[in-house]
Write a protein that binds this ligand. Sequence first.
Ligand code: G3D
Ligand code: MG
Length: 205
Amino acid sequence: MSSRKKVLLKVIILGDSGVGKTSLMNQFVNRKFTNQYKATIGADFLTKEVQIDDRLVTMQIWDTAGQERFQSLGVAFYRGADCCVLVYDVTVANSFKALESWRDEFLIQAGPRDPENFPFVVIGNKIDLENRLVQMRKAQNWCTDKNNIPYYETSAKEGVNVEKAFETVARNALAREKEIDTPDFPMPIRIPTEDKPKDSSGCPC
Ligand code: G3D
Ligand code: MG
Protein backbone atom coordinates (compact mmCIF):
# COMPACT_ATOMS: atom_id res chain seq x y z
CA MET A 1 0.00 0.00 0.00
CA SER A 2 1.26 3.42 -0.86
CA SER A 3 0.39 4.74 2.65
CA ARG A 4 2.96 2.38 4.21
CA LYS A 5 5.83 3.48 2.04
CA LYS A 6 8.77 5.15 3.74
CA VAL A 7 9.07 8.72 2.74
CA LEU A 8 12.10 10.97 2.54
CA LEU A 9 11.40 14.65 2.21
CA LYS A 10 14.03 17.15 1.23
CA VAL A 11 13.46 20.49 2.87
CA ILE A 12 15.58 23.54 2.24
CA ILE A 13 15.77 26.67 4.34
CA LEU A 14 16.36 30.01 2.66
CA GLY A 15 16.55 33.57 3.82
CA ASP A 16 19.02 36.34 4.54
CA SER A 17 22.04 35.71 6.65
CA GLY A 18 21.38 36.11 10.38
CA VAL A 19 17.60 35.57 10.33
CA GLY A 20 17.95 32.35 12.32
CA LYS A 21 17.81 29.55 9.75
CA THR A 22 20.46 27.44 11.42
CA SER A 23 18.98 28.12 14.85
CA LEU A 24 15.52 27.05 13.70
CA MET A 25 16.84 23.84 12.27
CA ASN A 26 18.86 23.13 15.39
CA GLN A 27 15.88 23.85 17.60
CA PHE A 28 13.67 21.57 15.54
CA VAL A 29 16.11 18.68 15.15
CA ASN A 30 18.03 18.83 18.44
CA ARG A 31 15.68 20.91 20.60
CA LYS A 32 18.58 23.17 21.37
CA PHE A 33 19.37 26.80 20.99
CA THR A 34 23.03 27.52 21.44
CA ASN A 35 25.01 30.49 20.39
CA GLN A 36 27.97 28.18 19.98
CA TYR A 37 26.18 26.21 17.31
CA LYS A 38 27.57 28.23 14.48
CA ALA A 39 26.14 28.63 11.04
CA THR A 40 28.66 26.37 9.44
CA ILE A 41 27.49 22.84 8.99
CA GLY A 42 28.76 22.77 5.45
CA ALA A 43 26.53 22.22 2.45
CA ASP A 44 25.06 19.54 4.60
CA PHE A 45 21.75 18.47 6.08
CA LEU A 46 20.29 17.12 9.28
CA THR A 47 17.58 14.52 9.40
CA LYS A 48 14.65 14.05 11.68
CA GLU A 49 11.93 11.44 11.67
CA VAL A 50 8.43 12.65 12.25
CA GLN A 51 5.11 10.92 12.43
CA ILE A 52 2.44 12.44 10.22
CA ASP A 53 -0.83 10.65 10.85
CA ASP A 54 -0.07 7.01 10.06
CA ARG A 55 3.15 7.71 8.21
CA LEU A 56 6.73 7.82 9.33
CA VAL A 57 8.48 10.54 7.43
CA THR A 58 12.18 11.35 7.34
CA MET A 59 12.81 15.02 6.91
CA GLN A 60 16.16 15.87 5.43
CA ILE A 61 16.71 19.51 6.21
CA TRP A 62 19.29 21.39 4.22
CA ASP A 63 20.84 24.48 5.67
CA THR A 64 23.33 26.77 4.04
CA ALA A 65 26.85 27.25 5.27
CA GLY A 66 26.52 30.99 5.07
CA GLN A 67 26.81 31.19 1.29
CA GLU A 68 23.41 32.87 1.24
CA ARG A 69 25.26 36.16 1.57
CA PHE A 70 26.31 35.71 -2.03
CA GLN A 71 23.08 34.08 -3.18
CA SER A 72 25.06 31.27 -4.78
CA LEU A 73 24.01 28.03 -3.23
CA GLY A 74 24.58 25.75 -6.19
CA VAL A 75 22.23 23.38 -7.91
CA ALA A 76 22.77 20.42 -5.55
CA PHE A 77 21.28 22.45 -2.74
CA TYR A 78 18.03 23.09 -4.57
CA ARG A 79 17.75 19.87 -6.55
CA GLY A 80 14.77 17.71 -5.67
CA ALA A 81 13.49 19.91 -2.86
CA ASP A 82 10.03 18.89 -1.64
CA CYS A 83 9.43 22.00 0.40
CA CYS A 84 11.14 25.36 0.77
CA VAL A 85 11.08 27.27 4.04
CA LEU A 86 11.54 31.02 3.62
CA VAL A 87 12.73 32.72 6.79
CA TYR A 88 12.95 36.38 7.75
CA ASP A 89 13.67 38.19 11.00
CA VAL A 90 10.69 40.20 12.31
CA THR A 91 13.12 42.86 13.56
CA VAL A 92 14.85 43.38 10.19
CA ALA A 93 12.66 44.92 7.49
CA ASN A 94 15.08 44.11 4.68
CA SER A 95 15.03 40.44 5.51
CA PHE A 96 11.27 40.50 4.90
CA LYS A 97 11.66 42.37 1.59
CA ALA A 98 14.20 39.76 0.53
CA LEU A 99 11.62 36.94 0.71
CA GLU A 100 10.44 37.80 -2.78
CA SER A 101 13.86 37.31 -4.32
CA TRP A 102 14.53 34.17 -2.29
CA ARG A 103 11.29 32.72 -3.58
CA ASP A 104 12.12 33.72 -7.16
CA GLU A 105 15.63 32.32 -6.82
CA PHE A 106 14.26 29.04 -5.56
CA LEU A 107 11.80 28.73 -8.42
CA ILE A 108 14.52 29.48 -10.97
CA GLN A 109 17.14 27.17 -9.48
CA ALA A 110 14.94 24.26 -8.45
CA GLY A 111 12.59 24.56 -11.43
CA PRO A 112 9.79 22.58 -9.78
CA ARG A 113 6.91 21.23 -11.79
CA ASP A 114 3.83 23.29 -11.13
CA PRO A 115 5.66 26.23 -9.48
CA GLU A 116 2.35 27.95 -8.60
CA ASN A 117 1.53 25.15 -6.20
CA PHE A 118 4.98 24.33 -4.89
CA PRO A 119 4.86 24.04 -1.07
CA PHE A 120 6.57 26.95 0.60
CA VAL A 121 6.30 27.84 4.28
CA VAL A 122 7.19 31.32 5.52
CA ILE A 123 8.62 31.88 8.99
CA GLY A 124 8.95 35.22 10.76
CA ASN A 125 11.57 34.45 13.40
CA LYS A 126 12.82 36.15 16.60
CA ILE A 127 9.42 37.09 18.02
CA ASP A 128 11.00 37.01 21.49
CA LEU A 129 12.68 40.33 20.68
CA GLU A 130 11.03 43.65 21.56
CA ASN A 131 12.00 45.63 18.50
CA ARG A 132 9.71 44.12 15.89
CA LEU A 133 9.66 46.04 12.62
CA VAL A 134 7.54 43.85 10.37
CA GLN A 135 3.91 43.53 11.36
CA MET A 136 2.29 40.13 11.28
CA ARG A 137 -0.49 41.46 9.06
CA LYS A 138 1.96 42.59 6.40
CA ALA A 139 3.70 39.23 6.25
CA GLN A 140 0.41 37.39 6.21
CA ASN A 141 -0.82 39.49 3.29
CA TRP A 142 2.32 38.71 1.32
CA CYS A 143 1.79 35.01 1.93
CA THR A 144 -1.85 35.20 0.91
CA ASP A 145 -0.84 36.93 -2.33
CA LYS A 146 1.60 34.13 -3.10
CA ASN A 147 -1.08 31.54 -3.41
CA ASN A 148 -1.70 31.17 0.32
CA ILE A 149 1.68 30.20 1.68
CA PRO A 150 1.31 29.08 5.33
CA TYR A 151 2.83 31.62 7.71
CA TYR A 152 4.30 31.05 11.18
CA GLU A 153 5.93 33.34 13.67
CA THR A 154 8.58 31.66 15.74
CA SER A 155 11.31 32.05 18.27
CA ALA A 156 14.12 29.60 17.68
CA LYS A 157 15.57 30.89 20.91
CA GLU A 158 12.57 30.00 23.04
CA GLY A 159 11.32 27.13 20.93
CA VAL A 160 8.03 28.86 20.14
CA ASN A 161 6.04 27.49 17.19
CA VAL A 162 9.07 25.82 15.64
CA GLU A 163 7.62 22.33 15.84
CA LYS A 164 4.31 23.51 14.40
CA ALA A 165 5.95 25.24 11.47
CA PHE A 166 7.98 22.16 10.56
CA GLU A 167 4.96 19.92 10.91
CA THR A 168 3.25 22.01 8.27
CA VAL A 169 6.38 21.73 6.15
CA ALA A 170 6.18 17.94 6.37
CA ARG A 171 2.44 17.77 5.80
CA ASN A 172 2.45 19.99 2.75
CA ALA A 173 5.46 18.32 1.21
CA LEU A 174 3.85 14.96 1.82
CA ALA A 175 0.58 16.01 0.24
CA ARG A 176 2.48 16.98 -2.88
CA GLU A 177 4.48 13.73 -2.89
CA LYS A 178 1.21 11.82 -2.96
CA GLU A 179 0.03 13.74 -5.97
CA ILE A 180 3.23 13.07 -7.85
CA ASP A 181 3.66 9.47 -6.70
CA THR A 182 3.00 6.86 -9.23
CA PRO A 183 0.72 4.15 -7.93
CA ASP A 184 2.37 1.07 -6.39
CA PHE A 185 0.31 -1.16 -8.57
CA PRO A 186 0.35 -0.23 -12.20
CA MET A 187 -2.98 0.45 -13.75
CA PRO A 188 -4.45 -2.77 -15.13
CA ILE A 189 -4.05 -3.11 -18.83
CA ARG A 190 -7.30 -3.89 -20.49
CA ILE A 191 -7.08 -6.37 -23.28
CA PRO A 192 -9.76 -5.39 -25.67
CA THR A 193 -11.89 -8.47 -26.31
CA GLU A 194 -13.60 -6.84 -29.28
CA ASP A 195 -10.41 -7.07 -31.30
CA LYS A 196 -10.35 -10.84 -31.29
CA PRO A 197 -10.31 -12.13 -34.78
CA LYS A 198 -13.81 -12.79 -35.92
CA ASP A 199 -14.67 -16.43 -35.76
CA SER A 200 -15.66 -18.27 -38.79
CA SER A 201 -18.66 -19.97 -37.24
CA GLY A 202 -20.85 -18.13 -39.63
CA CYS A 203 -22.30 -15.95 -36.90
CA PRO A 204 -23.55 -12.81 -38.60
CA CYS A 205 -22.78 -10.59 -35.62
P1 G3D B 1 21.32 32.16 9.92
O1 G3D B 1 21.60 30.69 9.95
O2 G3D B 1 20.05 32.50 9.23
O3 G3D B 1 22.45 32.97 9.41
P2 G3D B 1 21.61 31.93 12.77
O4 G3D B 1 21.08 32.62 11.44
O5 G3D B 1 20.79 30.77 13.15
O6 G3D B 1 23.09 31.75 12.67
O7 G3D B 1 21.28 33.08 13.83
C1 G3D B 1 21.81 34.38 13.70
C2 G3D B 1 21.79 35.04 15.07
O8 G3D B 1 20.44 35.23 15.50
C3 G3D B 1 22.50 34.25 16.17
O9 G3D B 1 23.00 35.16 17.10
C4 G3D B 1 21.34 33.51 16.83
O10 G3D B 1 21.63 33.18 18.16
C5 G3D B 1 20.24 34.57 16.74
N1 G3D B 1 18.89 34.02 16.76
C6 G3D B 1 18.41 33.03 15.97
N2 G3D B 1 17.12 32.80 16.24
C7 G3D B 1 16.76 33.65 17.22
C8 G3D B 1 15.55 33.89 17.94
O11 G3D B 1 14.51 33.26 17.74
N3 G3D B 1 15.59 34.88 18.89
C9 G3D B 1 16.69 35.61 19.14
N4 G3D B 1 16.62 36.54 20.08
N5 G3D B 1 17.86 35.41 18.50
C10 G3D B 1 17.89 34.44 17.54
P3 G3D B 1 24.57 35.47 17.22
O12 G3D B 1 24.61 36.47 18.32
O13 G3D B 1 25.22 34.18 17.52
O14 G3D B 1 24.95 36.05 15.89
MG1 MG C 1 23.16 29.65 9.12
